[in-house]
Every structure is written in structure tokens, then in C-alpha cells.
Design a protein around this ligand. Structure first.
Ligand SMILES: Nc1nc2c(ncn2[C@@H]2O[C@H](COP(=O)(O)OP(=O)(O)O)[C@@H](O)[C@H]2O)c(=O)[nH]1
Ligand SMILES: [Mg+2]
Length: 205
């Protein structure tokens, strides 16, 4: 039988105000392309990219909103099964930065309790229009205990690093039996929060 082309499958989500560049980040990461126009109406569900982290082939299924964020109608169904959330704001729009705490509350309400979060300040290529300093982003993220990255979907700067960090966070708490060499069937969706093995990877006993 053909060998599975990946070891683990992680479901990630992009979230944040409309126009911050979520869809562009996804296209940059997966297809290495950039669109200058709004593409939020395409209504894609998710894109797939497999990356290798710590010797494991990890298939990332990355979900993008179909514009529901404009109407604040992101609910439990969007968050279901998510293991990681990339919360994006736009460094050229203070309003979108101020929304971050609201999105964090939304995540608390609707997502799994132990979902891994990363905060992203996007459009760092637009330094001349910057309204939120890197220090401010850093401070907020540190207060919340969440990793922080500035990115540019336009140049690609920081995008890969943010997804890698997110993936490593999830991998770290994946039960050792699933993440280990030759572990199980070598695939399937891993939901650490359903594993009942506590937070950190269970190299227990
Ligand atoms: N200069 C610059 N523009 C960006 C960047 N990311 C997105 N944009 C632009 O911002 C607008 C909104 O992007 P989009 O991905 O549709 O935002 P979404 O609503 O969060 O999905 C589009 O015009 C993009 O071209 C970036 O990193 N740099
Ligand atoms: Mg979009």
C-alpha cells in the first residue's frame, strides 16, 4: 500500500478584521503569490500545505474566512476542530489592532480551550503608513502569553516563520504516541484537546 505523504494533519484558522490581509497571507504561504485587490469574495474554504518540522511531515489545513468577520458572525462552527489560530491585524490600522482583544474573547468563547494562538501584525512593508509600533504588538502579545510576528504578505517577510512557530506549538503538545516515529497509522487528524492526556506532550510515566 502506498505510504501516506504526511505524518500529522493540523487544522489552522486565520482570523481578524476584514482587510488586514488574511487571505493574502494564506496565498503567500501556500502558493507564494500576492494579490493587490481584495480577494475576500472568492469564498475558499481552506488551503493545504505540507511542511516538515522536527523531521515530521505535517499537513496543514488552513481555513480562511469567507468574509463573515465583517459582520462579526464567526461562531463555533468556524472554530470547530481548530488546533491553531493565526490572529491577524494590520500595522497600518490602529482600529484592527484594537480589535485584537475582541477576537481573543471570541476565541475564548468559541474555540477549544487549549487551541494555540499566534498574533500577526501584517503589512510590515508599509512602514510609512504604520500606526501600530512593533513594540506595542510585542507588548500585547507578551501580556497575553502569545507568540507575535510581524509579516508582509506582499514581500513574504515573516509569513513562513509565523506558520512554523504555530506548527511547532501544536506539535509540542501532540501526544508522543502520535508524533513519535512510526506512531500509529501515520496520519489522521490529531486533536490533542481530545486526547485526554493533558496539555503537554505526554511522555508520561
Ligand atoms: N502592502 C501590503 N498590502 C497587503 C498586505 N496583505 C494584504 N494586503 C492588501 O490588503 C487588502 C486586503 O487583503 P485581504 O487578504 O483580502 O484581507 P482579508 O480581508 O483579511 O482577507 C488587499 O488589497 C491586499 O492586497 C501586505 O502585507 N502588504
Ligand atoms: Mg479574506
Amino acid at each position: 500500500m502506498a505510504k501516506k505523504s504526511y505524518d500529522l494533519l493540523f487544522k489552522l484558522l486565520l482570523i481578524g478584521d476584514s482587510g488586514v490581509g488574511k487571505t493574502c497571507i494564506l496565498f503567500r504561504f501556500v502558493d507564494n503569490t500576492f494579490q493587490t485587490s481584495f480577494i475576500s469574495t472568492i469564498g475558499i474554504d481552506f488551503k493545504i500545505k505540507t511542511i516538515e518540522v522536527e523531521g515530521k511531515k505535517i499537513k496543514l489545513q488552513i481555513w480562511d474566512t469567507a468574509g463573515q468577520e465583517r459582520f462579526h458572525t464567526i461562531t463555533t462552527s468556524y472554530y470547530r476542530g481548530a488546533m491553531g489560530i493565526m490572529l491577524v491585524y494590520d500595522i497600518t490600522s490602529r482600529k484592527t489592532f484594537e480589535s485584537v482583544s475582541r477576537w481573543l474573547r471570541n476565541i475564548d468563547e468559541h474555540a477549544s480551550e487549549d487551541v494555540e494562538r499566534v498574533i500577526i501584525g501584517n503589512k510590515k512593508d508599509m512602514g510609512d503608513k504604520r500606526q501600530v509600533s512593533q513594540e506595542e504588538g510585542d507588548r500585547l502579545a507578551r501580556e497575553m502569553g502569545i507568540p507575535f510576528f510581524e509579516t508582509s504578505a506582499k514581500t513574504g517577510d515573516g509569513v513562513e516563520a509565523a506558520f512554523r512557530a504555530q506548527t511547532e506549538l501544536i506539535l509540542r503538545k501532540t501526544p508522543a504516541a502520535m508524533a513519535g516515529d512510526g506512531g500509529g497509522a501515520g496520519g489522521g487528524t490529531v486533536r490533542p484537546h481530545e486526547g485526554g492526556g493533558g496539555h503537554r506532550a505526554g511522555r508520561c510515566c
